[in-house]
Design a protein around this ligand. Structure first.
Ligand code: ATP
Ligand code: MG
Length: 455
């Protein structure tokens, strides 16, 4: 990389490491990809890069980006850019002008707006990113209103970094998000989806979602979340579904489908809530919720397999609670059959779904889940064994040995089953040969002092 920087220098150009790599290096977090900025126009960057490696990507050149890989590290080099919008067009006019400070000023947050000039490793931090990194604070390099009007996705990125880095959002920035949230509607569903996925994958998704909801931003791409804030009925109290949902998300491992299922698992509750003589109920909320999840995830342009998986896990998540009287073999079999390959995901969601503060109740639910998982393993083993049959049946054994029904046939079948378990399928032919051999040895009396019977 230093050699690459020297090559840029020799050609009269500058090369800077920028963005997430610099931030994560200062935080001591790993960051795989490198982003560079340069004043060299894309064609020249391509020329310099080609002398270093055959692995070069030029599809992004129109936007000023050339990608490559050197020493197993993949990176993108982007020409300093100032985007200006013509009043009559939604498409940015890309012009390659400016310097590193101008380039950093159009980045989302000051902690992402630091650079390192190579090869001398000179730190460039015009917006106080290092200080904000120490304070764990997300602040925009320019006025937040101007930044968010340039690219409204940055509002969602604030909450994504809040979850991912466990930082807070500066109050002025949060205020601007509350004011300008409606501009998010101009952003494509795909870009929103990608930031939502990153938000959910972080270590602090609950707090980030809570703030995204409070500013009203979440309502623009996930109105189902705000709807979970059901009024608490003073007589028929039930748990706060919004708080519960946030807690369930944080109890799951950060897997995309699992966290999405946790996020959406109870969205059918507001629509199915009924208050009857026996109190509050949410009949079939899992079926309604599965359908709502399908609609929402499709609108957010999630791939079909993700939509189907998440929606199916939500549809099945309540099943566990309907077996109050214990698990019959057929109930276990049906649960396993219906979950199919989603079983691990479903069980993980059901375990996380227990957010009661009553320790006795929590222990009871966990024990029931342990029991179910134990039963699943037991039953699978039993049914696997049942599939294991000797390769010859009773009739074939009697015919081969010329024996009438009786204990010998039973012993022969037991021998064949052992054979099947020890050696797997050996074929009928071989099984017959081995059975005859067994019968011969069995007919020969064991001389004293040999064999294992009286050892
Ligand atoms: P990570 O890769 O860990 O998700 P990152 O900071 O590298 O974090 P990317 O989305 O990969 O995030 O973007 C790389 C850099 O590009 C950011 O650090 C930021 O400086 C800049 N950037 C990306 N998207 C935007 C945007 N929408 N507005 C302004 N700057 C952005
Ligand atoms: Mg990155």
């Amino acid at each position: 990389m230093i050699a690459l920087a020297h090559a840029f220098r020799v050609h009269g150009h500058e090369l800077y490491l920028v963005g997430g790599w610099v931030r994560d290096a200062l935080l001591g977090r790993p960051h795989v990809d490198c982003d560079f900025s340069t004043d060299a126009p894309p064609e020249e960057t391509l020329g310099i890069l080609r002398r270093f490696t055959d692995t070069v990507w030029s599809q992004g050149m129109r936007f000023g980006t050339v990608g490559g890989e050197v020493d197993g590290i993949s990176f993108e080099i982007t020409t300093f850019r100032s985007e200006s919008y013509k009043p009559d067009s939604r498409h940015p006019e890309v012009s390659f002008v400016g310097d590193v400070v101008a380039d950093l000023s159009r980045r989302d947050f000051t902690v992402n707006a630091m650079a390192v000039r190579l090869p001398e490793r000179e730190a460039i931090d015009p917006f106080g990113g290092r200080g904000h990194l120490r304070e764990r604070l997300l602040v925009t390099p320019i006025a937040p209103e101007a930044s968010f009007l340039d690219d409204p996705l940055r509002m969602l990125r604030a909450f994504r970094f809040m979850s991912q880095l466990e930082f807070s959002v500066d109050p002025a920035v949060e205020g601007a998000i509350a004011d300008l949230k409606d501009h998010l509607t101009t952003v494509s569903a795909e870009r929103i989806r990608d930031e939502l996925v990153r938000l959910l994958a972080g270590p602090a998704p609950a707090h980030a979602l809570e703030r995204a909801e409070a500013t009203g931003l979440a309502g623009l791409f996930l109105p189902e979340l705000s709807a979970l804030k059901l009024e608490q009925d003073p007589v028929h109290r039930h748990k706060d579904v919004f708080r519960h949902t946030l807690a369930v998300i944080e109890r799951t491992d950060p897997l995309r489908e699992l966290r999405l299922a946790a996020l959406l698992h109870d969205i059918g509750k507001p629509r199915t809530r009924r208050i009857g003589p026996e109190g509050v109920s949410f009949h079939h909320h899992e079926v309604v919720g599965a359908q709502m999840a399908k609609t929402r995830l499709t609108a957010l342009r999630f791939p079909n397999d993700v939509v189907d998986t998440v929606s199916e896990v939500i549809r099945l998540h309540h099943r566990f609670h309907t077996y109050r009287l214990g698990w019959t073999d057929s109930a276990v079999r049906r649960y396993v059959r219906d979950a199919g390959p989603l079983l691990p995901l479903l069980n993980a969601l059901v375990r996380a779904d227990c957010t009661t503060r009553n320790p006795a109740k929590a222990r009871h639910l966990a024990a029931r889940m342990d029991e179910l998982e134990g039963r699943i393993i037991e039953l699978a083993a039993k049914e696997e064994l049942a599939k294991m049959r000797p390769e010859l049946d009773g009739h074939e054994v009697m015919e081969l040995l010329g024996a009438p029904p009786g204990p010998v046939v039973g012993e022969a079948l037991a021998f064949l089953l052992e054979l099947r378990l020890d050696e797997g399928q050996i074929g009928k032919e071989e099984a017959r040969r081995r059975l005859l051999e067994w019968a011969r040895i069995r007919a020969t009396p064991t001389p004293p002092g040999e064999g294992s019977a009286s050892g």
